[in-house]
Design a protein around this ligand. Structure first.
Ligand SMILES: NC(=O)c1ccc[n+]([C@@H]2O[C@H](COP(=O)([O-])OP(=O)(O)OC[C@H]3O[C@@H](n4cnc5c(N)ncnc54)[C@H](O)[C@@H]3O)[C@@H](O)[C@H]2O)c1
Length: 356
């Protein structure tokens, strides 16, 4: 098992990464919190696959716990589910010595983290991420949030976990579409920060949950995320660079949501990375040949790369939906070349140039 330490202004915690240690997590929790009660928040899918196995390890150590199961999917990151969980905790007399455990993907992690930040003004919070996206990204760095009708992730807090246990064995049961979504973010980390990691992706076959190099890739993403979070915990500068591919990706997601079409977050980000890089390359802001390399790596992981079938004006509306007028400035994230990312400030009116 590998350990990575994250030291933020809020606290210091360890990310433990490896395979085959999920049955040991209850013991590790008992060592840190010998007298606490644990509220394990999970979703129906993860519960069906892992609840019995995890609960058994808690039972064997006589730990006190409850399991709170939510419906899978983005809709559960809502004010009403947030409220129901807080009521449950209050009714069961959870106090400040007790611990919230997020067992699931980014949806469970974001929701459980926000509950932990708010219940009794903050109680301890541990992440056991079970999707690739959650293992390389969302479980680390303390961004927690729920959605409101006006927009995604609009209500939340910066609240760091106390520990993150990353057992890659969870990934063996992920659907391939969910695995590919995580791969989009993994490729993003390489493209923005690590040319050598990107070359590894170019040289390797399609990656799956059992690939030998997956652990090394996950660890590298976590180190990058750790470094970015340490530098900019509150997302005021450096952390924005993690949004490479996300401006167009989010625009696509919003546009599709409006028209009843569905694309996943990873599919949006994959298309967004390819599209923004093609545009910046055409504008002379990115080393020639970079787009081709990005598209080849994305395609190998069976991710989509073009925005041709989508209405550009609608994507534009999707991008600018948060902007009150076209005169506002917008930060877009570009790469000079593989591994070198920068923030480029443009007038919102210029976004169209990056959708060509
Ligand atoms: N906090 C952050 O920094 C941050 C960063 C990126 C994304 N996010 C958030 O993360 C969320 C997306 O996370 P996600 O992609 O993990 O989605 P998710 O949590 O919806 O999980 C995807 C699907 O996989 C299922 N699942 C989870 N683990 C499984 C397993 N081991 N085996 C089989 N199925 C499993 C889930 O039930 C779900 O159906 C979004 O809400 C996004 O806003 C947060």
């Amino acid at each position: 098992m590998k350990s990575i330490t994250v030291k933020t202004a809020q606290n210091e915690y360890i990310l433990s990464v490896g395979r085959g240690f999920k049955h040991k997590i209850a013991g590790l929790l008992k060592e840190t919190y010998p007298k606490s009660k644990f509220a394990i928040i999970t979703d129906d899918n993860v519960s069906a696959l892992y609840e019995k196995e995890i609960a058994k390890t808690f039972d064997e150590l006589d730990l006190r716990y409850d399991v709170i199961t939510i419906k899978p999917g983005e809709k559960s990151k809502s004010m009403s589910v947030f409220s129901d969980i807080n009521s449950f905790l209050a009714q069961k007399n959870y106090n400040r010595a007790d611990v919230i455990v997020a067992l699931g993907g980014g949806v469970v992690g974001d929701l459980a983290g926000f509950v932990a930040s708010a219940y009794l003004r903050g109680i301890s919070f541990v992440q056991i991420p079970t999707t690739l996206l959650a293992q390389i990204d969302s479980s680390v760095g303390g961004k927690t949030a729920i959605n409101i009708p006006e927009g995604k992730n609009l209500v939340g807090a910066f609240y760091q976990p106390s520990a993150v246990y990353i057992d890659m064995d969870f990934l063996t049961t992920l659907k391939s579409v969910d695995f590919a979504d995580g791969m989009a973010e993994l490729i993003k980390y390489a493209a923005i920060k690590d040319a050598q990691m990107f070359e590894t992706l170019e040289e390797s076959d399609k990656i799956d949950a059992n690939s030998e190099i997956l652990e090394e890739l996950i660890v590298r993403c976590l180190q990058i995320k750790r470094d970015v979070v340490i530098e900019d915990e509150l997302d005021r500068g450096e952390r924005m660079k993690l949004n490479y591919g996300h401006t167009i990706g989010h625009g696509l997601e919003r546009m599709c949501a409006k028209s009843g079409r569905h694309i996943t977050h990873g599919q949006g980000v994959a298309r967004g990375m390819a599209a923004i890089t093609a545009a910046s390359e055409a504008l002379g802001q990115t080393l020639p040949g970079t787009t081709e390399r990005i598209i080849a790596v994305l395609k190998k992981q069976e991710l989509p790369t073009d925005i041709d079938g989508f209405d550009k004006d609608e994507i534009l509306q999707g991008i600018l939906v948060d902007k009150k007028n076209m005169a506002e400035m917008l930060n877009i994230i570009l790469i000079d070349e593989i591994g070198k990312v920068y923030i480029h400030e443009i007038n919102s009116g210029e976004v169209e140039r990056y959708l060509k």
